[in-house]
Design a protein around this ligand. Structure first.
Ligand code: PEP
Ligand code: MN
Length: 263
């Protein structure tokens, strides 16, 4: 699939009439996790009205502690289906376990592979066989080569609809959670024809850095952003400090789109 890149053709993925990659800039927005019907639908309406391209939200959550909230599971998927029915926004949601693939396929327009599962090769191959668009997040300590090989596991099964996602990696720096690797954007675009999406939320782990990182990503040529948004982040079950307020999302989107337009 790298020969493709050598010829300058870029993968453009169509999802419900929306185009990802090529000349199109996408904004995927929504809460870290589906906590309740009310929280999810409120956020979905806010980001839809502001002009987001897709809605994100986890029903199955990869938590560092097994004692933390693990997601609403099937009930969460039902709520996501309702969010899509009400707003028309395609749904991006994480698949953690191949045994949940059927349930996820009923709701997801894009399957998210979390950073912790980037090298779960049976899971990637299973997603490859579904043909469903997939967003693969870079592993916490993975090289770009390893990310590209993870993508190959999906592509090899005949599924060309792969997006790569830079979400921050472990470095020696301890002042923030992860280091967002901005250089990964032009480098991945040189090495691959796949759309490159940036997650500005999980690297800093704090809301005040989400806009500058988003602007940097857009200016560096990212094909899109996946950002966490919550109506009331103080009450969020997970990742509260990094989720931007849903009522600030419209202004945020406008600024990021301006940066993307000049890139
Ligand atoms: C998420 O998107 O909520 C998430 C858990 O991301 P990551 O896999 O990048 O940590
Ligand atoms: Mn999160």
């Amino acid at each position: 699939s790298r020969q493709f890149a050598a010829h300058g053709e870029r993968t453009v993925i169509e999802i419900d009439g929306r185009l990802i990659g090529g000349d199109h800039f996408s904004m995927i927005a929504g809460p870290c996790t589906v906590e309740s019907r009310d929280q999810t639908l409120t956020t979905a309406h806010a980001v839809a009205e502001a002009g987001a391209s897709m809605f994100r939200g986890g029903a199955y959550k990869p938590r560092s502690s097994p004692y933390s909230f693990q997601g609403l599971g099937q009930e969460g998927l039902r709520i996501l289906a309702e969010a899509k029915a009400q707003t028309g926004l395609p749904i991006v949601t994480e698949l953690m376990d191949a045994r949940d693939v059927e349930a996820i396929l009923e709701v997801a327009d894009v399957i998210q592979v979390g950073a912790r599962n980037m090298q779960n090769y049976p899971l990637l191959a299973e997603i490859g066989r579904t043909g469903k668009p997939v967003l693969i997040k870079r592993g916490l300590s993975s090289t770009l080569e390893e990310l590209l090989m993870a993508a190959e596991y999906v592509l090899k099964e005949g599924n060309p609809n792969v997006m790569l996602c830079e979400r921050g990696i472990r470095t020696f720096e301890t002042a923030y959670r992860f280091t967002l690797d901005i250089m990964a954007i032009p480098m991945l675009k040189e090495l691959s024809h796949l759309p490159v999406i940036v997650d500005p939320s999980h690297a800093p782990g704090r809301r005040d850095m989400v806009l500058p990182l988003s602007l940097a990503a857009a200016a560096a040529g990212a094909d899109g952003i996946i950002v966490e948004v919550h109506p009331n982040p103080e009450e969020a079950i997970c990742d509260g400090p990094q989720q931007i307020y849903s009522d600030a999302f419209g202004a945020y989107l406008e600024q990021v789109e301006r940066a993307a337009a000049v890139a």
